[in-house]
Design a protein around this ligand. Structure first.
Ligand SMILES: [Zn+2]
Length: 196
């Protein structure tokens, strides 16, 4: 696809984490953002990683991983939860675009998860987020440390597990070694993404 170099699952993860290191070290290279690359991408896309991240304005994956146009297939939703539409989007990346890596990325101080952790009343359609977030909050309640951050880590892990075992598309790809699914956790202040 264009000049994009195909990488395997492990190379994709290294590429992603290298980008985060550039971001943290203030050594960003802002790759693949010029007009020439934009034109090239008119022929199609071959993103090397997919990221399921929170909608929070402080966690844009392209920025945190120092990537450009066509590099990341990004799905974002408050609390980085999964539903059929989001799963379908990630399946498209894995099965049709041959993206070898999916990272589910939670983050510190997540507003959506914090609201559910505190049992806040969420009005309108925001209430639809609760059933997806509540199980993670329940699982980590009473554990040492911050309830919201613990729940955010748990959601990232749970969602990654759901994706890994998701039939009929993702689970066979994982079994064949064509796809890797990892959970990551972003620290808002340090800018560091740690693998869970
Ligand atoms: Zn969030």
């Amino acid at each position: 696809m264009g000049q994009a170099q195909r990488v395997n699952c492990d190379e994709a993860l290294i590429k992603l984490m290298d980008g985060n290191k550039r971001f943290v070290d203030a050594m960003v290279s802002h790759p693949n953002q010029n007009a020439e690359h934009r034109v090239l991408l008119g022929n199609g896309q071959a993103p090397f990683a997919a990221v399921l991240a929170c909608a929070d304005s402080r966690v844009p994956p392209e920025v945190l991983f120092d990537q450009g146009l066509g590099d990341l297939f990004v799905v974002r939703v408050a609390g980085n939860i999964i539903n059929d539409q989001l799963l379908g989007s990630l399946e498209y990346a894995a099965a049709h675009l041959h993206t070898p890596l999916i990272m589910v990325m939670g983050h510190t101080s997540c507003g959506a998860i914090g609201a559910v952790a505190q049992g806040a009343e969420l009005e309108g359609h925001m209430s639809s987020l609760v059933p997806a977030i509540q199980p993670a909050v329940d699982k980590v309640r009473g554990m040492e440390g911050d309830l919201t951050d613990n729940a955010a880590r748990e959601i990232a892990r749970m969602t990654a597990d759901q994706l890994r075992t998701s039939d009929p598309v993702l689970a066979p790809m994982v079994a064949d070694g064509k796809l890797k699914v990892v959970a990551g956790f972003y620290d808002l202040e340090s800018g560091i993404i740690k693998l869970l």
